[in-house]
Design a protein around this ligand. Structure first.
Ligand SMILES: Cc1ncc(COP(=O)(O)O)c(C=O)c1O
Length: 363
């Protein structure tokens, strides 16, 4: 434990220490089972209980009603980029609207365009995705099958504080990098998907929350794995699900409920953590230049640049010496990215804040 760093990786990302310790303690044998979760059938009572508890935790934390199915899939969010149009476009709707607020929204639209007609409702590319649209800026089609948006752009560090209003057209959200960071009014969404490896567990699991009436749109001609309805009808066990990742999701959601005290509390903590770092940017605007416009700053990924590449390299090396790791920004934005998901403790953010203040003083 003493050799752990504060790891600011964008994903796979840091997990709560108590979750890792619990998984470690149970790795040789789940209590009363005599084997590890890695070794038992996904249809065994012990695992079915874990999967049901994980789903129940999600439903409780996000107040997900019975009108929605919760699916545990594989293939990452990238597979959702294709599955969403494969399932939701067809005879009833030929096209979908995409809101492009950063790299991931663009990637989603690129994949979707292979499956159907895609209209771009808004594109922030001209300012390198440093801002978000207001509802009035969106060019929406009332007959679109759905509107897709990315609630938090992991690379650029811009985040919607509230979902766009799309009227009666189903809203589809890639929530990969801010899933469960705050309470959500799920009833405003047709579908939410999130790969687990940022805020919900390890890589290998993608959670899909989908309005049940939309499941009826999936064509029987789709390959089974790519058909949401097949997964829903089989309780996400049409094929062998990612059992260990689902077990970890269960532990992470237990932690959110029992140690954090729910998503309202988590949101408060996330706001406090992000505010510590953004204050350093605001106090030193000539040294640290934030990428996102202040009003759309992400609570999850804090992105900023230093005056030059040499200082950036020095910053990364000196941070590593202080056990603050994985801070390099994505090449399309440059500079630094501090990912401070739910599991990043306040002490880690305070350590980074202190380091940043000290670094400006020295340079
Ligand atoms: C917002 C967002 N969407 C999609 C992805 C792609 O997820 P995956 O690598 O699980 O396919 C990522 C992360 O890598 C992401 O941050």
């Amino acid at each position: 434990m003493t050799t752990r760093t504060y790891n600011f990786s964008a994903g796979p990302a840091t997990l709560p220490l108590s979750v890792l310790e619990k998984a470690q303690a149970e790795l040789l044998s789940l209590p009363g089972v005599g084997a590890s979760v890695l070794e038992i059938s996904h249809r065994s009572p012990a695992f079915v209980e874990i999967a049901q508890a994980a789903e129940a935790n999600l439903r409780e934390l996000l107040s997900i009603s019975d009108d929605y199915a919760v699916l545990f899939l594989q293939g990452g969010s990238r597979l959702q980029f294709s599955m969403v149009p494969m399932n939701l476009l067809g005879e009833h709707a030929n096209s979908a609207d995409y809101i492009l607020t950063g790299s991931w929204g663009k990637n989603a639209a690129k994949e979707a365009a292979k499956e159907g007609d895609i209209c771009i409702a808004w594109d922030g590319g001209s300012t390198n995705y440093d801002r978000l649209p207001a509802d009035g800026d969106l060019d929406l089609n009332s007959d679109a099958g759905y509107v897709h948006f990315t609630s938090n752009e992991t690379i650029q560090g811009v985040q919607f504080a509230a979902e766009p209003n799309t009227g009666s057209v189903p809203l589809v959200c890639d929530a990969s990098s801010d899933f469960m960071h705050r309470p959500l009014d799920v009833s405003k969404y047709g579908m939410i998907y999130a790969c687990a490896q940022k805020n919900a567990g390890p890589a290998g699991l993608t959670v899909v929350v989908m309005r049940k009436d939309l499941l009826e749109l999936s064509s029987d001609d789709l390959p089974g794995y790519l058909n949401y309805k097949v997964h829903a009808e089989n309780d996400s066990m049409w094929n062998t699900p990612p059992t260990f990742a689902i077990y970890m999701l269960k532990l992470v959601t237990d932690w959110l409920k029992d140690e954090i005290g729910g998503l309202e509390k988590m949101h408060e903590l996330n706001k406090q953590k992000a505010a510590l770092l953004y204050k350093v940017l605001d106090d030193n605007p000539d040294f640290y230049q934030g990428h996102a416009k202040p009003e759309v700053r992400s609570l999850m990924n804090v992105t900023f640049r230093l005056p030059d590449d040499e200082l950036t390299a020095k910053f990364l090396a000196a941070a590593k010496e202080q056990r603050l790791t994985d801070l390099k920004g994505h090449r399309s934005v440059g500079g630094i990215r501090a990912s401070i998901y739910n599991a990043m403790p306040m002490a880690g953010v305070e350590a980074l804040r202190d380091f940043m203040v000290d670094f400006v003083g020295r340079h």
